[in-house]
Design a protein around this ligand. Structure first.
Ligand SMILES: [Cu+2]
Length: 112
């Protein structure tokens, strides 16, 4: 086997492994890094618990430089839906999921 063929054979062995590793990295690490970088502290009041949509309707205060005060829907995890109710004052971290939908993380009910 000459040197060129050996290099070619090596490239064929290495390249597919490298490609899979790169894909794995982007699939798992990138979205978390992206959304974590875009979280903003939010305060507001729950207007409705939309269990069927996996979301909360929240009347939130202004988020300076990001969003004016408004009432809008946020996707949340199922355990959050179970622990909150209409009228609860909350604080949370606002961000977007991989589909660009608004989400809330670290939702905490605050006593008025
Ligand atoms: Cu908003």
């Amino acid at each position: 086997m000459n040197v060129r063929l050996a290099a070619l054979a090596l490239a064929c062995l290495v390249a597919p492994v490298a490609a899979v590793t790169a894909q794995d990295h982007s699939a798992h690490a990138a979205p978390a890094e992206k959304s974590a970088a875009k979280l903003h502290p939010l305060t507001g009041v729950i207007v409705d618990v939309m269990t069927d949509k996996g979301a909360l309707l929240v009347k939130h205060d202004e988020i300076p430089g990001v969003m004016r005060a408004m009432t809008m829907m946020f996707r949340v995890e199922a355990d959050v839906l179970a622990k909150v109710k209409k009228g609860d004052a909350i604080k949370a971290q606002m961000g977007r999921n991989d589909e660009g939908k608004w989400i809330l993380r670290d939702v905490q009910v605050v006593t008025k």
